[in-house]
Design a protein around this ligand. Sequence first.
Ligand code: SAM
Ligand code: SF4
Length: 326
Amino acid sequence: MASLVDGFGRSFPYLRLSLTEACNFRCSYCLPDGYRANGRPTFLEQDEIRRLLRGFAGLGMRKVRLTGGEPSLRKDLPEIIAIAAGTPGVRKVALTTNGCLLLKKARQWREAGLTALNVSVDSLDAARFQAITGHDRFQDVIDGVELALGLGFDSVKLNAVLLRGLNDDALPQWLDYLRERDVSVRFIELMRTGDNKDYFERHHVRAETLRQQLLDAGWTLVPRAADAGPALEFRRPDYRGRIGIIAPYSKDFCSGCNRLRVTARGDLRLCLFGEFGIPLRPLLQSDDDHEALMGRIATQLGLKAAGHGLHQGNSGITPHLASIGG
Ligand code: SAM
Ligand code: SF4
């Protein structure tokens, strides 16, 4: 039977599905001028999503992450979560969100079957948060995180993109935050995309710097599980929280790759920084195409490259991560 294994022996039990390209924030590294619709895009609808997830699950996908753009802008997000949670074989349904609707909606998402939550919080300082995201929503987002921590999710993680001169001196503040909270913060090294070249040159910081600071502060690297994905995890026994580092420019990053992406328009993307997308949408119009869909996904996976070309300054066709589902 076909399965989600590529030519380098990597398996891909993890799918990131973008639900929309739209976003209400203007993160300076992603959509600094805000979202502008390109034509009148139509994003995958519930029936298409149901078929897509059945196809991937039939090949061994066990975890799906819903992302965007800002996935919570989809009014039917609870229904989509329920579709994902009800797909035979799927054990984990995660969401990546900017947190703008967490306070209002987190309980409903949990009840619909969401098992894990990642919230982007680039700074614990309200003024800096506003400077980076373009929105004065820090308190809402962080109150939403507190609420979510009490809802019984398997995991709640915070994502912070490391930015030189904007938030790269904030480790002490994060450590205070993590001392008593059962939450993991993931520091993500800024990635260069098609649109952010100058910004990247101004604000990129190597994650290695942070790794050394953590080791100096008594944090230890947790041995990686075989299916752990590309993040490095650090712990310290007297802290409830954990710290992860995602360093796409590090030597072994691609060898730990365990994820595929599908854009909000239904294109399979084998790599965040790949050169092409493979249209799956034509095979999402009828249940009768289930086998053909699985065949197309498995065949394309055989073409997945060993690694990205970021080191050569080649960020592929991705203008910004909102367009593909970061
Ligand atoms: N809107 C949601 C959010 O912000 O969480 C989901 C989509 S967003 C594209 C997913 C993640 O990608 C966020 O944590 C964001 O900070 C991160 N991201 C966006 N652009 C990035 C870049 N150029 N480099 C590194 N991370 C980036
Ligand atoms: Fe929107 Fe997320 Fe991009 Fe920020 S990182 S602009 S919240 S899609």
